[in-house]
Design a protein around this ligand. Sequence first.
Ligand code: NAP
Length: 247
Amino acid sequence: MDLSNKVAIVTGGASGIGRAISLSLAKHGANVVVNYNRSADKANALVTEIESFGGKAVAVQADVSQYQDAEKLMQTALDTFGTLNILVNNAGITDDALILRMSEQQFDNVINTNLKGVWNMTKVAAKTLLKSGYGRVINISSVSGVLGNAGQSNYSAAKAGVIGMTKAVAKEFAARGVTVNAVAPGFIESDMTDKLNDEQKQAWQAMIPLKRFGKKEEIAEVVTFLASELGAYITGHTLEVDGGLVM
Ligand code: NAP
């Protein structure tokens, strides 16, 4: 999987799964625009790490829920590396509550980051991706968007929306050979799943056929595959990487 001379943006690319994705793309030769919202130190440390093995990366602050920030992020990618080939829409938040207790603000915040953020970035990247001669969009959804999850009416709606948007944009971009896919992680060892208590962790692990949570690298490698030439004939697909949970 050679991504030399390819330019990638990874939203929320400085920590968690996004960090593993940024590293994997860089190790395969891509120039990486590491987007962060609040984690400036982590983003700068990651750029240094990528440069230490001869890769190229730049850290860019942008809140993907804000259209003007998305435009700024895209412009910085163009100013720094001249084009864009791979857009990984990874940035995401949770703000869980049963719908009886969930505020309108909690709903709007999660939709604005997890769904509108994906639209904002795809919109600002579209022209360049379609013209660049090699284009990939990979949206990080979730099994929560496939199965629905109690306490996550905001998050499940956003992640299901991402799957629908992936299919719509895949049809729009297909004529130019630009593929658009979603990856739906199950439970991955991360800050997000660290919020679960031991009882919740054991209950979920019992339901996962492979009986364990996934590793961030197991998501990153699938994203890298979809970003590479090997993924050229896959589009509009949602790939569950979940130890068999959705089956
Ligand atoms: P995480 O550790 O909480 O990281 C979330 C990332 O998103 C951070 O880098 C954060 O950046 C960024 N972010 C949040 N709001 C943002 C905004 N408005 N603009 C730009 N960046 C923003 O989460 P994670 O576990 O790595 O999750 C990554 C993705 O995988 C998310 O889309 C999540 O929904 C999805 N997912 C995760 C799991 C899991 O088990 N962990 C399962 C299914 C799906 P800053 O730190 O700079 O704010």
